[in-house]
Design a protein around this ligand. Structure first.
Ligand SMILES: Cc1cc2nc3c(=O)[nH]c(=O)nc-3n(C[C@H](O)[C@H](O)[C@H](O)COP(=O)(O)O)c2cc1C
Ligand code: SF4
Ligand code: SF4
Length: 307
């Protein structure tokens, strides 16, 4: 029986939904699938897989940087592989960058897919609510079927899944690497309020870059932080403060205003972006949709599932 091994980095579940739909389709086609969350990457065992899948969200117009960095540790020589990403309105060339990082492991990247995902960045919260939706997930299933046909019957993948460096060329592609670099340089590290902090450890468990430690009741952040807001989201006691960027998100609001994204991003003319409720989020008038007290619950059952 053929085996596929998929590693998905997903902080708010969007990319995970896509990975799950692809996994399910592969499973329906008689392929054994192991699907692992990036946070549990130490359990990931892709060695015996015939097909490797890597999924992650877009952060600052690039694939979330911890994933390409992690791929550098691997050698997937001659293994077939695929990539998938979810994003707001400005994925730029992330699919290509992720595919390139995977190719550097020696893998033969046969195709990829990018879909929309609801945005929970505090400065853009509320955009693309409900995405990936049923139609998106149907597309992910179709991708899974095409991958299965490729590895079992050697059927060529349809052109729509090919990845090329021209996708997403333009302003956001140029901004991406600069912003990733600048954000880490100029955005203050998160801060935890020792009075509110209950030392629950959520932030430590969920930080994708292992940048948080708790020592004698004090939470510290190291400069490996990639400013992903995850600790801020998952703190059940509202103890963490993030300043987003100089001007409390002004830069993001300007760079990613809806009109800018419509013009420079990949939003289709008839595609609904949804509201941008950043002010309410900053003022803590609204809560994020998932349960801040138990942020991992919705993911746990999916991890390491074998179809
Ligand atoms: C720190 C951060 C930066 C982001 N930057 C971008 C971006 O530059 N372009 C974009 O289209 N979406 C951006 N997004 C939106 C995410 O790519 C999108 O919400 C994605 O679906 C999240 O996937 P997940 O739920 O699997 O984590 C960003 C999200 C975060 C948290
Ligand atoms: S913002 Fe928080 S969760 Fe994200 S990398 Fe930095 S310390 Fe870790
Ligand atoms: S998630 Fe919040 S309350 Fe829990 S340890 Fe981190 S800062 Fe403290």
């Amino acid at each position: 029986m053929m085996k596929a091994s998929i590693l998905t980095f997903s902080q708010t579940g969007n990319t995970l939904k896509v990975g799950r739909a692809i996994s399910h389709a592969l499973g329906e086609n008689g392929i054994r699938v192991e699907h692992t969350r990036y946070l549990h990457r130490n359990n990931w065992d892709p060695e015996s897989a015939d097909l490797i899948g890597i999924g992650c969200p877009v952060f600052e117009n690039m694939p979330a940087e911890c994933v390409p960095e992690y791929l550098q540790l691997h050698n997937f020589k001659r293994k077939k592989a695929f990539v998938f990403i979810t994003s707001g309105g400005s994925p730029a060339k992330s699919l290509w960058h992720l595919s390139r990082a995977l190719s550097r492991t020696g893998a033969d990247v046969i195709g990829g897919m990018q879909l929309r995902g609801a945005v929970t960045v505090p400065t853009k919260f509320g955009e693309f609510t409900g995405r990936p939706d049923e139609r998106d997930l149907a597309q992910a299933s179709a991708f899974g079927n095409a991958l299965a046909a490729n590895i079992t019957e050697k059927t060529a993948l349809p052109d729509q899944y090919s990845i090329n460096s021209k996708q997403g060329a333009g302003l956001y592609n140029i901004l991406g690497p600069c912003l990733t670099y600048l954000k880490k340089k100029i955005t203050p590290l998160p801060v935890s309020d020792p009075v509110k902090c209950t030392c629950c450890g959520n932030c430590v468990r969920e930080c994708p870059t292992d940048s948080i430690t708790i020592n004698q009741g004090v939470v510290s952040f190291s400069n490996t932080c990639m400013v992903c807001y995850r600790c801020w989201h998952v703190c059940s006691s509202d103890a963490i403060t993030m300043r987003f960027s100089p001007g409390d998100g002004t830069i993001e609001r300007l760079l990613y205003a809806n009109r800018m994204e419509r013009f420079f991003g990949n939003i289709k003319a008839d595609e609904n972006i949804g509201p941008n409720l950043y002010k309410d989020v900053l003022a803590r008038k609204i809560r994020l949709k998932y349960d801040r007290k138990d942020p991992t619950a919705e993911f746990e059952t999916d991890d390491m599932k074998v179809h």
